[in-house]
Design a binder for this molecule. Structure first.
Ligand SMILES: C[S@@+](CC[C@H](N)C(=O)[O-])C[C@H]1O[C@@H](n2cnc3c(N)ncnc32)[C@H](O)[C@@H]1O
Length: 442
């Protein structure tokens, strides 16, 4: 399909190339007869247009042969550079202990996912001005694991166009693939252009495609050390982006830090207690979130409520205080991907508190915040504008501390003004949004 699409486009050019030579990789034996048939059809179509055509089908591992081609010690007649690559690579983890990982490392292309491994090799094998079209999960756009890949992509390749499938399911309905997918078009060693075309469709055959052109720095900020790739799509997203991207602060600028909860429950099992007892501190899980404030302890909870407060656990605990917590994982059904809640020790007598590893907590030098600021942060983090903005560069359902470090925040004064309006514990989404938007527009 990929070769046929590519060849069709070549034959439609005003001046088609004189010769097309394809090298195709496919590990699955069952697909080889189909490939042979496709190439026979391609050969006939090319010949009818006066273009000479040849194809090598490699029923072999592209990681093995790609690394060999890249290191130049591949003896056969295989080309060592390519003008173009079109790829729908396999998705899946590539363990650091695997042979593939070691082979990639030898050519400085190591990465922990198969699809980024394929792309790293392809980027290496393209000649200058060579073009890449790849359909992949969206996960490379953010997240710490993909940072080295993003850096390779953004230094080696000029991103020209990104197509986003709206739905997690439409494009790969038949394969049970629940990832959000994108198609990337990029050109090697061309220097980053001024603009990137972003298009979007629902992924079914006759669905309309919406296209917009954005300044490159709106997609890849030159000041972003994480090299996140933001993909704005609908009007709603663009409005959210306008509101959020102009905000003047970050957690660091606010003097705040976000950390991941330190209590990994299966490692601290011996210290964890179902219910509070003498000598324990509260242990907070996402199940304790209850609107504005954490509700603790939780009766008949599936998760424990307490952790022993002792010398052995001290490094897992933080001093009692007001913290803003966010969930790291939300279910696909949850309306928002960013969900925040305030931990207020109130009149609890405990000196410390444990935050479980499925949470992030926002603190000031390891200690709590003032309530007004905490309420402002709570409202902002729970606002629809931030959620929509956040989803543009977060294709998975995880919200890590690094993700939050890269988010723009209102100033401390704005947050406190927002906080001063948050008195009711049962605000609905519309009320939160009108308070936040009202302040940010003011
Ligand atoms: C996501 S599918 C795409 C299939 C096909 N290219 C398409 O677009 O319909 C990934 C394909 O890569 C093949 N594959 C997986 N690992 C491979 C490897 N190491 N080398 C070559 N092909 C591989 C699989 O057999 C599978 O057919």
């Amino acid at each position: 399909m990929l070769s046929a699409a590519f060849i069709r486009r070549q034959l439609l050019r005003k001046v088609p190339p004189q010769r097309i030579e394809v090298t195709a990789y496919e590990l699955d034996n069952a697909l080889i007869p189909g490939l042979e048939e496709t190439y026979e059809a391609c050969r006939i179509a090319c010949e009818n247009s006066g273009v000479s055509f040849s194809a090598i089908i490699r029923n072999a591992d592209f990681i093995t042969e790609g690394t060999e081609m890249l290191s130049g010690d591949y003896f056969s007649t295989m080309p060592q550079t390519y003008d173009a690559a079109i790829v729908n690579p396999p998705y899946g983890k590539l363990p650091t202990s695997s042979e593939g990982y070691r082979a990639l490392k030898a050519v400085k292309a190591e990465t922990t996912n198969l699809y980024t491994a394929f792309l790293n090799l392809i980027i290496g094998l393209l000649r200058a001005q060579g073009e890449l079209v790849a359909i992949t999960p969206r996960s490379f756009c953010n997240g710490p694991y993909f940072k080295p890949f993003r850096q390779t992509l953004l230094t080696e390749m000029s991103v020209r166009r990104i197509h986003v499938f709206d739905s997690r399911t439409a494009a790969f309905r038949h394969d049970n693939v629940l990832q959000e997918n994108v198609i990337l078009h990029a050109v090697k060693h061309a220097g980053q252009g001024h603009t990137i075309r972003v298009s979007q469709s629902a992924g079914r055959k006759a669905d309309p495609i919406y296209t917009r052109i954005f300044p490159t720095e709106e997609i890849v900020s030159p000041n972003d050390s994480e090299a996140f790739i933001h993909i704005p799509t609908s009007e709603k997203h663009i409005a959210a982006r306008d509101q959020v991207s102009h905000l003047g602060s970050t957690l660091t600028a606010l003097g705040l830090t976000v950390s991941t909860g330190r209590v990994v429950d299966f490692r601290a099992r011996e210290y964890i207690r179902q219910n509070p007892e003498t000598g324990t501190s509260p242990l907070i899980y996402p199940c304790h979130f209850n609107g504005l404030f954490v509700a603790w302890p939780k009766d008949r909870s599936r998760k424990p409520n307490a952790i022993l407060d002792s010398d052995q656990t001290r490094s897992l605990l933080v001093p009692a205080g007001i913290y803003v917590l966010t969930k790291r994982f939300t279910s696909k059904e949850e309306r928002r991907r960013l969900v925040a809640c305030i931990y207020d020790p109130g009149r609890l007598l405990s000196h410390n508190v444990g935050f479980e590893n499925h949470l992030n907590y926002i603190h000031k030098n390891g200690k709590g915040l003032d309530m007004c600021l905490a309420r402002g942060l709570w409202a902002y983090l729970n606002s629809s504008a931030l959620d929509l903005y956040f989803r543009q560069f977060n294709g998975h359902t995880q919200v890590n501390a690094t993700d939050l470090r890269n988010v723009r925040f209102p100033t401390a004064e704005q947050l406190r003004r927002i906080g001063s309006h948050i008195s009711n514990t049962s605000l609905d989404q519309e009320e939160i949004d009108s308070i936040v938007t009202g302040e940010l527009k003011a």
